[in-house]
Ligand binder design. Structure first.
Ligand code: ZN
Length: 383
């Protein structure tokens, strides 16, 4: 068989198959064709990636990529090129009132993959900038349950879940009520729900208590107030019960939702996140979130090993999305792969409060393959 593209001699880390070793990865007709040692020379294009790491295409489960349609949107293709994210999951930038524009003008135009959680609020996250900040869940008149069910049913290819934001900033006087509406929409559509929390009310415990197996809590390692830990360093019982029930805990770093103190406490308590995501948007792409590999790198000094970090950005989000053909290099999977490097040095990594942890290793994005073709080709080794 002549492969379309063959990546050779990289350290391949694919937690979905338990692979961590120097191997080759081959692509054919847009899919992964083979993974193994010494796949030969029969390929239209061969790239030697000695010294680099190849993983399944990174999935950033929490991004905002409705560029131009919402003030917080960033450009998904540019983000894929620089950060090696092959699938950007937009989490509620659009609601039923403005989703068709997101689909036509962004999702259908992009060469990188975009999937969407549809916001239950009619126009999604419409008032989010440095100068104008209006929580889209403040006004219950915007909660558009029927419209959300209709729009979700119109595009099952791209809409993979329902989004809602509750908290002092996002829902203000409406408190936890938008979550009640969103859960009904999720139930009616059969889709998982991703729920954001910020400062209380509602409390972290009140929110996780309402989530069902397969639902996602994002901003799970946020700093006080509304942190998942008690003062004595114990994980709150509602949080443990939610994990046991099958609720998925997602980082969603963003500009306000990752604290070193919380992260250290959770890791010490034996409660790593299920999914690592960046919550990249216009207000945090220049720091403190930057991108997915920076967020992943923060888990190195926290003691998570590299394959587990990779799992939290590949196989785990693919499961949360219910898209097993993503997040894996199993033959027949979508032909997506990310090229990374792990460098040693002294790297200052800041949280949302400005606290810095210095790490002696950091993950860098080098390039990515999407649909079996180079989308961003790495530079020469040692650049
Ligand atoms: Zn977000």
């Amino acid at each position: 068989m002549t492969f379309d593209l063959l990546l050779r001699n990289a350290r391949v880390i694919d937690p979905s198959q338990g692979i961590d070793g120097v191997q080759d990865v081959a692509f054919q007709d847009g899919k992964v064709a083979a993974v193994g040692e010494g796949l030969g020379n029969d390929a239209r294009e061969i790239s030697d990636l000695s010294g680099r790491i190849v993983t399944p295409g990174l999935i950033d489960l929490h991004t905002h990529v409705y560029w131009g349609g919402t003030s917080l949107g960033i450009d998904a293709e540019a983000f894929a090129r620089t950060s090696a994210v092959t699938t950007a999951v937009d989490t509620g930038s659009a609601g039923p009132g403005n989703y068709p524009g997101f689909r036509r003008h962004v999702i259908e135009q992009a060469g990188s993959r975009i999937l969407a959680y549809l916001h239950v609020s009619f126009a999604g996250i419409f008032g989010f900038s440095r100068s104008v900040m209006v929580g889209e869940s403040h006004d219950m008149r915007l909660m558009a349950a029927r419209e959300a069910v209709e729009v979700a049913a119109s595009d099952p290819e791209n809409i993979i879940g329902i989004k809602v934001r509750v908290g002092h900033h996002a829902s203000g006087p409406s408190g936890i009520d938008p979550l009640i509406i969103a859960l009904q929409v999720a139930d009616e559509t059969g889709l998982p729900l991703m729920c954001h929390i910020d400062e209380p009310p509602p409390s972290y415990e009140a929110v996780v208590d309402m989530l069902r197996p397969g639902d996602i809590l994002t901003h799970c390692f946020r700093p006080f107030p509304n942190a998942p830990l008690s003062r004595d360093g114990m994980v709150k019982s509602a949080v443990i019960a939610a994990r046991e029930r099958g609720v998925i805990f997602d980082i969603g770093h963003g500009m306000g939702s990752f604290g070193w103190k919380t992260a250290r406490g959770m890791m010490a308590a034996g409660f790593p996140p299920d999914v690592i995501s960046s919550d990249v948007h216009a207000l945090c792409i220049d720091g403190p979130a930057y991108d997915l590999v920076t967020t992943m790198s923060k888990f190195l000094p926290l003691g998570m090993d590299l394959p587990e970090i990779v799992r939290a950005a590949t196989e785990a989000p693919a499961q949360a999305l219910r898209r097993p053909q993503l997040g894996s290099l199993r033959p027949g999977s979508e032909g997506d792969a990310s090229v990374l490097s792990l460098r040693s040095g002294s790297f200052d990594l800041e949280d949302v409060l400005g606290e810095v942890t210095t790490s002696d290793q950091r993950i860098f994005a080098e390039g990515c393959v999407i649909g079996g073709k180079w989308f961003a080709k790495p530079g020469a080794t040692g650049d």
